[in-house]
Design a protein around this ligand. Structure first.
Ligand SMILES: NC(=O)c1ccc[n+]([C@@H]2O[C@H](COP(=O)([O-])OP(=O)(O)OC[C@H]3O[C@@H](n4cnc5c(N)ncnc54)[C@H](OP(=O)(O)O)[C@@H]3O)[C@@H](O)[C@H]2O)c1
Length: 339
């Protein structure tokens, strides 16, 4: 898009810009300087937003999991602003519908829809994917954003430990189920929302559901390390297909993360921390960058923070662990994946 701005103003006849003793000259001199600076700044902003929307337009189709809250909702709003068709994959119809209205209203784009997908249920994921494939033959960007962290031992509908089950296995299954559409739509992008918490994570192969020794942080950090190992392995397996896989850490963001949706437990501490954390919109910036920017065309298998590729933990680069996790995940979801 080319944007030309012209501003017409007339300097009074009695003002000579070369006459330093003329009082009115100084006023006009600064007025011209400031106006020029503002126009340049405005033009720069316009170009930046156009650049950021480079990879996405009204023909693009995007799926975002956990799109009704926090980073997922903010990402949905910003990506909807590009005109793309957004599919908000949410587990709750009620929370999803409320967020859908907000996303439509705030983005001015009505091409946003809600589809139910509970990542804690393989059946729900399967239903989502078959529903999606009946309607669409194209998927340009898949953002695996949904996440959960909850004190106390919980299980998914299929009996997996909740955090590993939702944050990793759910997305692993979803991505593999959508892989044929992604490949057919190449160039396409998979973006996984990981976390700096992966640094204290370990994959407990001998007790993957943490039945012997459960701590919620241990479960969460395991799941977030799994997000990164999955991203790197996926990127390897997708080489040559035109589909890229990257992940990122959003930083500390004031969202509903950690709040128990049934009891509301965790709301108070989240409110207390809010002033010290980024807003959801700020937390979504790297997701939007990875989804839209032309700068990362073809970039794959990277971990980003603040829109830059950075190193993840040493153990996250262990190919043997990544392969072992992939194979275990396949077994757990009982699926023949990419080989
Ligand atoms: N906030 C942070 O500081 C931070 C830091 C690092 C990484 N992250 C990551 O950022 C991602 C987004 O989290 P957020 O901070 O935006 O938290 P959030 O506001 O709690 O949003 C989490 C989203 O995930 C959804 N979700 C949870 N369980 C689900 C399931 N079984 N099936 C489908 N969706 C499910 C939630 O849906 P409901 O509302 O229906 O529960 C919600 O839409 C997560 O992957 C998280 O690990 C966050």
């Amino acid at each position: 898009m080319v944007c030309i701005i012209t501003v017409n103003f007339k300097i009074p006849d009695n003002v000579d810009l070369d006459d330093k003793d003329n009082k009115d000259r100084n006023y006009w001199y600064f007025y011209i300087l400031l106006t020029r600076k503002n126009i340049q700044g405005f033009q720069k902003k316009l170009t930046q937003s156009v650049k950021q929307e480079g990879n996405m337009d009204k023909n693009s189709i995007v799926v975002i999991t956990g799109a009704n809250s926090g980073i997922g909702k903010a990402t949905s709003i910003e990506l909807a602003r590009t005109g793309a068709h957004i599919i908000m994959a949410c587990r709750s119809k009620e929370r999803g519908e409320e967020a859908l209205q907000d996303v439509r209203d705030l983005s001015g784009n009505n091409s946003v829809e809600l589809m139910i997908c509970d990542l804690g249920s393989l059946k729900s994921i399967r239903d989502f994917c078959s529903g999606f494939k009946k309607k669409y033959k194209q998927l340009d960007v898949l953002i695996n954003n949904a996440g959960v962290i909850l004190p106390g031992y919980h299980q998914t509908a299929d009996g997996f430990e909740l955090q590993f089950g939702v944050n990793h296995l759910g997305h692993f299954f979803l991505t593999n189920e959508l892989m044929d559409v992604l490949i057919a739509s190449a160039p396409a992008r998979v973006i996984n929302v990981a976390s700096g918490a992966h640094k204290s994570g370990k994959i407990y192969f001998e007790d993957i559901n943490l039945e012997k020794k459960y701590k919620f942080w241990r479960a969460y950090s395991q799941s977030k390390l799994a997000n990164i190992l999955f991203t790197y392995e996926l990127a390897e397996r997708l080489k040559g297909t035109g589909v890229t896989a990257n992940c990122f850490h959003p930083g500390a963001v004031a969202t509903r993360m950690g709040i128990n949706r049934d009891t509301g437990f965790g709301t108070f501490i989240t409110r207390l921390l809010k002033p010290f954390f980024q807003t959801s919109k700020q937390g979504a910036e790297t997701a939007i960058y990875l989804a839209t920017s032309n700068d990362i065309e073809g970039v794959t298998g990277k971990y980003f923070y603040k829109k830059r590729p950075v190193q993840s933990s040493k153990s996250s680069y262990d190919r043997a662990t990544a392969k072992k996790l992939w194979e275990l995940s396949e077994k757990m979801v009982d699926q023949e994946g990419l080989s």
